[in-house]
Design a protein around this ligand. Sequence first.
Ligand SMILES: [Zn+2]
Length: 386
Amino acid sequence: MLLRNLQPLFSAGKIDIRTHDGSIVAMGAGLAAGDGGVVGFDDAIVFPGLINSHDHLDYNLFPALGNRLYKNYVEWGADIHANNKEVINNVLSIPLDIRVKWGIYKNLLNGITTVVNHGVLLDAGNDIITVYQDCNVLHSVQNEKRWKYKLNHPKANANSFVIHIGEGTDKAAADEIDTLIKWNILKRGLVGVHGIAMNEKQAAAFKALVWCPASNYFLNGRTAAIDKLKQHVKVLFGTDSAVSSPWDLWEHIRLAMQTQMVSGEELYNMITETPAEVWGLGQCGKLAQGYDADIVVARSKDGLGPMGSFLATNPADILLVMHKGCIRLFDASLLPQLAGLVHVESDFTKVSVNGSHKFVYGGLGGLIASAKKFYPGLVFPVEAIG
Ligand SMILES: [Zn+2]
């Protein structure tokens, strides 16, 4: 397939991108049409499929649960289980496979083609987007039983150990970071999530830190000192789940920019090239010949330039999401061009996202209806139409 007339974020002229067998095989101006069809764009930016380094796929049918700001995650967990028990039970009555599938769609609708799941190993598949689970997951110092033993188990695989850490503003949150570092006897590659209470010295003991500002401000009223920590540790970006943050990744991105602790380009790297390297995703996170055809096309915004348009994107602006060379979402305006290239009727569901119509791969309409059978009070940010 040839995607034509796209504005990359970091170079001046527009380009075409040719994909074949799941990979990008050519990029440049004025490529010949070839086999596989052509999809042309008028005024659009292009960037790699984004990599969300922290989510709990099965928690995305929860509304945001929090009744005040908390000093740490232990306090939050106790409070919502005491005061929000009914909604928690309602959501947990929905079968796991439905909850996980919605979590996958939440990511796709944002232009994310790889998500790192935190939790037990899920039977999630990789057909819509890539669900990365090939790491050692520990919940947290307080909530993971026998974490010291698991962290130092001689037969653990060599991949990263991912753990929520320092998620709070009090001494307990800061002290647990020192405890984790002290007990990392075999010097495992630690990927910490949150690190609100983390200092620069502690940061240097980690392989990477996943920054989730939207979740942090909602639960704790503060986020990690990324302006300082980024000098000592690789920083990745994560949304966390809907239980503590909005479903819309792009709100998270704007919040991150408002902190003035990172530049647009730094933030871009935190959801593309840096996580591809840290998680060992191979030829992913970059638009280049030989790389995976994980590609997102979005509307340009007048007068903002490519990076400004990227940072101002909303889910409604996303025109096309390709995962490993397969189209998984496209805007209704592309229907005339795509009608002969994909099986629209049998393979896609038409949905409304903030008033904009998209075609999404798979049975999203049926999924929403199934979830509501178990919990009629559910509110989804998209609606199946047609
Ligand atoms: Zn989390």
